[in-house]
Structure formats: structure tokens, C-alpha cells
Write a protein that binds this ligand. Structure first.
Ligand code: GDP
Ligand code: MN
Length: 382
């Protein structure tokens, strides 16, 4: 789960990593006040979870606070498109940070090297630009050091690495100290990626994280409490965000046939059948095992939040899940949500007879097989 730059810098600063001062806002008037605090000499940076913001026009330097406020006004609500993210992302907030003078731009990152079961620190003198480009054209310019999480890093290894990367001598000890702090952040915050690009050297010889991208391992969110809310907000799609809050496995797709099933395999088969019948799935939704009526209702409600949905296919194979529970959930959803689009249900397995009996006489169309269900729902949504 990617953190915004301002969140990443806040986390780093709390661990003693030097970062330029700055504040986040979505209000141009407030941007002006923040810029004035820094004497008007600021950089305004769009807070979108994508790379290449600079080239996309999302990072601009200013000499006066009013100009910074004007740019804030212009960019909030705008969609930024970059090579890394052709679909683009809408800017909701900006970081107004003190502008630093930059003499040189370096690159630092930490990742997990799964094959080695160690962290890997990457250091390069060629920062600022796209590191993928450096990796492709001048791979020797990226120096890698492995870190055993149990043993940590020795100063000696780091001294050797920064020298090998040709980091100028006056910046080396600051970089070594920064790397040690980054490793600590990586472990303490359950990060799965930290990237500082540029790691900027000022003409006065001070090293700062001028940009920071931290990603937190989603499997660790149960103990990274401060980022649990971010997990909800960082989902790009509002329905996916709501699904995350409800603990439902849901992926939004572009079609118009809502899909609900239990078990990821069955849901994917249902999607394939809908496509084979000439339709397009609107989502992937896995109800999960042992679903109760209330949960099924919640799933139907979620699928109905997508305004493109013209019909719903429900495909349940009851094992632990009882089909009568599922049927009750579908009926509840129908009653309480006033559903007026076609719904086809194929239910099979544990308590299937009871389930079908519950649905008979309702508006829900029964189907014997997955294929029949797909054909029926595609025909009904035409
Ligand atoms: P990215 O394009 O999304 O990676 O955004 P960055 O935060 O890395 O900014 C892009 C570029 O803007 C950097 O490589 C710097 O060259 C420049 N930049 C960002 N902040 C400052 C600053 O405070 N002072 C100066 N002089 N340049 C900056
Ligand atoms: Mn950057």
C-alpha cells in the first residue's frame, strides 16, 4: 500500500531522516499561508500515488506565495498523466514545501530481495531521473548492498558501498546515517519499499530526502494501526474502498453484469461464462466461505453501487456455505434495496433445495448450470 509523499516524509522525519519542511493542503488560501511561512520560496507538489509527477507538471518551484497559491488552485481536481500511469490520477492535495537548493541528486532505495531473503539497499549517484532508465542504460551506476534483517548493517559495508557508488566524500557519512535510519523505518513500519529520489545534496553540503515513496506491506496493517485508514482511502475506486471497509474481496471492472460468487475460482469461472455468452463482467466479488444472509445482502448492495450494473449473476456452490442462508440474503437485499434489475441465481450444494424453494416465487431467475445462468443474465441485460 503506497503512502503519499507527505505521509512518507512524516514517517521518515519521525525516524530522524532529514526532509525539507512542508505542509499538506487542498486549499489555495492555506497554501499561501504555508508558502509565506517559508518566505514564498517553495515547491508545490501534487500528492498523487504515481511516479513521474515532475514531468507530468505536478511539481513546480515558486518564488512568491501568491503564485504558489494560484498553482494550487489550478492543479487541485486536475488529472495528472505520466508515462508510469497513462490513466492518470486526480490531484486531491498538494504538499507545499520549503524549496531547497540542489547541487546534486542521488538515488536510494530499499526493497525485499525474496530470493536472498534479505533486504537490498540500492545506491546511485544518478538520481533525480528515472531509475529504470539508469538500470537499463548504465546498470553499473547502481550499487546494491544486502542487509540481513537479523544482523543489520555494518558501517564498513556501507562505507564501501557509498564509495563504490562514487558519492562525493563530504556526503558519504550523511548518506550512511540516512541509510541506517531508512532500514530502521523499513523494519519498524513493515514497509515493502522505500525510495528516495532525489536524495538531494545542497550547495552547503547537507543531504536531504527531497522526495520519498514508502509502501507498507498490507499484510502488516493489523499492527500498523496508523495506516489502516489510509488503506481505505488509498484504493482508487470508491466501491473498492467500501469493499475494503466491509472486508469483502471486490474488484471493479468495466462491464455491466454484476458477478457474485463464493470462492475465487468459481467467481472467475462465472466471469468467463459471462464473457463467453457475449457479456462483460462489472466486477469480481467473492462472498467468502460460510456466508450468512447479512453478508450476502452486503455484497449485493456493494455490486449495486456501480451505476453501470444492469443485471446480476449469483453463482453459489454450497459447501460450508448454506444455500438457504444465501437465498435469504438475496431476498433481503431485494426487499430492502428495491432492486429492479434482472438477477439470475445458480445455487448448488449444501441445502440447495431449501435455497431454491426460498427463491421460487420471487423475481429472481433460477438457473441449473453456470452456462445457463450466464446466458440468461446476458440476454436479460441486453
Ligand atoms: P517525481 O517526479 O514524482 O519523482 O517528483 P520529485 O519530488 O522527485 O520532483 C521532481 C524533480 O523536481 C526533482 O528531481 C527535483 O529536480 C525537482 N525538485 C523537487 N523539489 C525541489 C526543491 O525543493 N528544490 C529544487 N531546486 N528542485 C526540486
Ligand atoms: Mn522523485
Amino acid at each position: 500500500m503506497k503512502l503519499h509523499e507527505y505521509q512518507s516524509k512524516d514517517l521518515l522525519a519521525r525516524h530522524g531522516v532529514p526532509v525539507p519542511r512542508g505542509e499538506v493542503t487542498r486549499d489555495p488560501a492555506e497554501a499561501k499561508v504555508i508558502a509565506e511561512k517559508f518566505g514564498g520560496k517553495v515547491v508545490v507538489k501534487a500528492q498523487v500515488l504515481m511516479g513521474g509527477r515532475g514531468k507530468a507538471g505536478g511539481v513546480k518551484l515558486f518564488d512568491d506565495a501568491q503564485a504558489a497559491a494560484d498553482f494550487t488552485k489550478e492543479i487541485i481536481g486536475k488529472r495528472l498523466v505520466s508515462i508510469q500511469n497513462p490513466a492518470g490520477m486526480v490531484v486531491d492535495k498538494v504538499l507545499v514545501a520549503e524549496q531547497i537548493d540542489i547541487a546534486e541528486e542521488y538515488y536510494l532505495s530499499i526493497l525485499m530481495d525474496r530470493a536472498a531473503a534479505k533486504l537490498v539497499v540500492m545506491i546511485s549517484k544518478e538520481g533525480g531521473m528515472d531509475i529504470e532508465e539508469v538500470a537499463a542504460t548504465n546498470p553499473g551506476a547502481i550499487v546494491k548492498v544486502h542487509v540481513d534483517p537479523a544482523w543489520g548493517l555494518s558501517d564498513y559495508e556501507l562505507r564501501e558501498a557509498v564509495a563504490k557508488a562514487n558519492i562525493p566524500a563530504p556526503a558519504r557519512s550523511q548518506m550512511i546515517s540516512m541509510i541506517k535510519k531508512l532500514v530502521k523505518v523499513y523494519l519498524d513500519a513493515d514497509a515493502d519499499m522505500i525510495e528516495i529520489n532525489p536524495c538531494a545534496l545542497t550547495p552547503e553540503g547537507k543531504l536531504l530526502a527531497a522526495d520519498a515513496k514508502v509502501s507498507i506491506d498490507e499484510n502488516a496493517l493489523y499492527r500498523q494501526l496508523e495506516y489502516q485508514e489510509t488503506a481505505d482511502d488509498s484504493a482508487e475506486d470508491p466501491i473498492e474502498a467500501e469493499a475494503a471497509r466491509r472486508g469483502i474481496a471486490y474488484v471493479k471492472l468495466d462491464g455491466d453484469v454484476g458477478i457474485i460468487g463464493n470462492g475465487a475460482g468459481l467467481v472467475m469461472c462465472s466471469m468467463d461464462e459471462v464473457k463467453a455468452a457475449g457479456g462483460q463482467p462489472a466486477d469480481f466479488l467473492d462472498v467468502g466461505g460460510g456466508a450468512q444472509a447479512e453478508r450476502v445482502k452486503s455484497c449485493v448492495e456493494l455490486v449495486m453501487m456501480d451505476p453501470n450494473v444492469k443485471g446480476i449473476l449469483i453463482n453459489i456452490f454450497g459447501g460450508i456455505t448454506r444455500c438457504d442462508e444465501v437465498a435469504n440474503g438475496i431476498l433481503q437485499a431485494f426487499d430492502e434495496l428495491n432492486i429492479d434489475i434482472p438477477v439470475v441465481a445458480r445455487i448448488e450444494g449444501t441445502a440447495a433445495e431449501e435455497g431454491r424453494a426460498i427463491l421460487s416465487g420471487s423475481k429472481i431467475m433460477p438457473a441449473q448450470s453456470m452456462q445457463e445462468a450466464a446466458t440468461k443474465i446476458v440476454a436479460a441485460t441486453r
